[in-house]
Design a protein around this ligand. Structure first.
Ligand code: RIB
Length: 313
């Protein structure tokens, strides 16, 4: 049985500023710290899955620069197979500028650089790696046609195809060429509202939003709800199922969604049920909020299982 998770997505270096509050338009404020971390949603989800114990491979593109080398070295250190991580001599590595406020809230601007040089042909040229994938996971920091090509090859080779629609398109429209090959969609609250026009604020709105997501053609829709946990519905279910988050001391919410998606898909690739995979995902997402930075905040399997066990007592 196949058990590999294949992630097709982005890698970036995060330039992180801690600020007393998110600045208003035209305002200059004084921050308290500046650090650089490995990030990018594809990279974060890959490290999250690897630390949670998954057999994971990342297909993506960095520049041939210092930032790209740092990302590659970090992935090697995590035991990730980077055979299909390309380095483009004509591009700079992607970057993200992140402001983190005192209660862990953030604002992010990304400049995709090499991530937007990941083209459908790069995916087609590596079609053979889709044959060993149980799950294919994508985000939207790569071009739409590239994500569509990955979804199509995933479907063709019998993998579960999962989209974390982050960042969501500003017009709220996901291309049909991606949607037609998706099994799962996993937006957060903001992305859900952009995609469906419905803010998942209460049970009624969550149910409506899940139905709107299922109407896009996927089998299962999962909405992450921050400290409220997550809610999901699979086609044919009469009502959604809610799963609670863990109570943690929040330091920085950056990459919490990535921890969730990486752990979820890693567990599904390993053959766990959706219910159990969601338990792993919620524990991983909660733990990622307790530390600063994207990659440094991602928990390992022992920490995830400890929190899950603790929650059952
Ligand atoms: O999801 C968090 C990530 O979003 C950050 O690491 C940053 O790189 C942006 O892509």
């Amino acid at each position: 049985m196949k058990s590999r998770l294949l992630i097709v997505g982005s890698l970036s270096i995060d330039l992180v500023l801690e600020v007393p509050r998110l600045p208003a338009k035209g305002e200059t404020i004084i921050g308290s710290s500046f650090e650089t971390f490995c990030g990018g949603k594809g990279n974060n989800q890959t490290v999250a899955a690897a630390r949670a114990g998954a057999d994971v491979m990342l297909l993506g593109k960095t520049g041939q620069d210092e930032y790209g080398q740092r990302l590659r070295d970090t992935l090697i250190g995590e035991g990730v197979d980077i055979t299909h991580l390309m380095a483009d001599s004509t591009q700079k590595t992607g970057i993200a500028n992140i402001w983190v406020g005192p209660t862990g809230e953030n604002s992010i601007v990304i400049v995709p650089n090499s991530n937007h040089a990941l083209r459908p042909q790069d995916i087609t040229d590596r079609a053979e790696i889709f044959t060993s994938a149980a799950v294919v996971l994508m985000q939207l920091e790569s071009p739409f046609d590239t994500a569509a090509q990955a979804a199509q090859l995933g479907r063709q080779h019998g993998a579960k195809v999962v989209l974390n629609p982050a960042p969501a398109p500003i017009d709220g429209k996901l291309p049909e060429q991606i949607l037609r090959n998706l099994d799962f969609i996993v937006p957060n609250e903001t992305e859900c509202e952009l995609l469906t026009g419905i803010a998942p604020n209460d049970e009624t709105q969550c149910h409506k939003a899940l139905d709107a997501l299922l109407a896009l053609g996927v089998d299962t829709a999962i909405i992450t709800l921050g400290e409220r946990g997550a809610v999901y519905k699979t086609r044919g279910m009469s009502a959604p199922i809610y799963k609670a988050a863990h109570e943690v001391e929040v330091k920085d919410t950056t990459a919490a969604g990535d921890a969730f998606c990486g752990a979820l898909c890693g567990a599904m690739a390993a053959g766990k049920s959706l219910d159990i995979a969601l338990d792993y995902a919620l524990a991983a997402g909660s733990l990622a909020c307790t530390k600063s930075g994207a990659v440094p905040s991602l928990p390992d399997k022992a920490a995830i299982e400890k929190l899950m066990t603790h929650a059952k007592i």
